[in-house]
Design a protein around this ligand. Structure first.
Ligand SMILES: Cc1ncc(COP(=O)(O)O)c(C=O)c1O
Length: 342
């Protein structure tokens, strides 16, 4: 039976050409700063984002957690959105590793406004935690890959400047926002003091993320990477996969977006509720409340026909398009959905 895995864009397998690039990569000891492929990747990403420096790290979680630690002191507060990754899916890392307190605000499609943030900034009074960092996520995973509007980000930056706050972006899927909007990575990155980008999602590498910012920030981040056990040695074999992905897997994200949109329309056609305005990139979240079946039941039926997806609540299922899902796979997944839902 044909199997189509729409659970996440992290399930992709490196292609033969990517494996070839990995096999041929020149390497050195990156803890000594001597891996030429890692250095090339760091320089390329820093330039792409218009920042001074970058640091290659094993995962998006480590990248975000290093950023939080490098930007805050224990007892500081981090303003973020309620559905964001750092609040929901990083094991309480901000508290555990940085002694930071998260202050999540309710967002609309993952977006919080400058006005909301202004109201949440703590007054200078010893009763309160010290507001220090604003963290945003773009695209927003739990909001179905929705894009955070750049004009709102710029308004938040103006607020951050006024209140002497720093800003970090969880840009695990910023690539998708860049391709969907044609806004450059540099423009997206400009309002932030630091940005975390993942290669292991839409770009399809087996692992690897990168943290970008000023030289001074990256120097501090370097220490935390070491402390967290994230110092790697001949890791150019992995950086080579990222360099390959930048050349060959970035522009193709537009195909993932087109296929996700196609899937979303079909799900609506079959009676599910999908926020089509939020379905702007490669993630589709469908609500099956009206079907009379639970998300788990529908998911099991899809699974028996080889279509894997991810229930995210009692009634909602997430579908993600990626490198290993082509037009034929989508057509097949749609046939299975029709069969299960009609
Ligand atoms: C928005 C977002 N940030 C961070 C991460 C963490 O990445 P990793 O799994 O590499 O730790 C993920 C993972 O899916 C994510 O979706």
């Amino acid at each position: 039976m044909r199997k189509i895995d729409l659970r996440s864009d992290t399930v992709t397998k490196p292609t033969p050409a990517m494996r070839q690039a990995m096999a041929e990569a020149p390497v050195g000891d990156d803890v000594f700063g001597e891996d030429p492929t890692v250095n090339e990747l760091q320089e390329r990403i820093a330039t792409l984002c218009g920042k001074e420096a970058a640091l290659f790290v094993p995962s998006g979680t480590m990248s975000n957690q290093i950023a939080i630690n490098a930007h805050t002191q224990p007892g500081d507060e981090v303003i973020c959105e309620y559905g964001c990754h750092i609040f929901n899916y990083e094991g309480g890392g901000a508290a555990l590793l940085s002694g930071a307190q998260l202050h999540p605000l309710p967002g609309a499609r993952g977006v919080i406004t400058a006005e909301q943030i202004k109201a949440a900034i703590r007054p200078a009074d010893h009763h309160y935690a010290h507001t220090r960092l604003i963290e945003l996520e773009n695209t927003h995973n739990r909001a179905g890959g929705a894009i955070f509007p750049l004009d709102e980000i710029r308004r938040i930056r103006a607020l951050a400047d006024e209140f002497n706050l720093v800003m970090h972006l969880d840009g695990a899927r910023l690539w998708n926002a860049h391709i969907a909007t044609h806004i450059s990575m540099q423009e997206w990155a400009a309002p932030f003091d630091s940005i975390s980008l993942c290669f292991s999602k839409g770009l399809g590498t087996p692992l690897g993320s990168i943290l970008v910012g000023s030289s001074e920030f990256i120097d501090r981040a370097h220490r935390y990477r070491k402390v967290y056990g994230g110092g790697m040695r001949q890791v150019g074999v992995i950086a080579a996969a990222a360099l390959y992905a930048l050349d060959f897997h970035l522009e193709r994200l537009a195909d993932d977006h087109r296929r996700a949109h196609q899937l979303a329309l079909k799900l609506v056609d079959c009676g599910a509720h999908v926020d089509l305005d939020a379905t702007q990139t490669n993630i589709v979240i469908a609500d099956f409340l009206k079907s009379g079946k639970s998300a788990a039941e529908i998911n099991d039926e899809l699974k028996t026909q080889g279509v894997l997806a991810l229930p995210v609540s009692a009634s909602r299922i997430r579908f993600v398009t990626h490198l290993n899902v082509d037009d034929e796979s989508i057509a097949h997944a749609i046939r299975v959905l029709e069969d299960v839902l009609r």
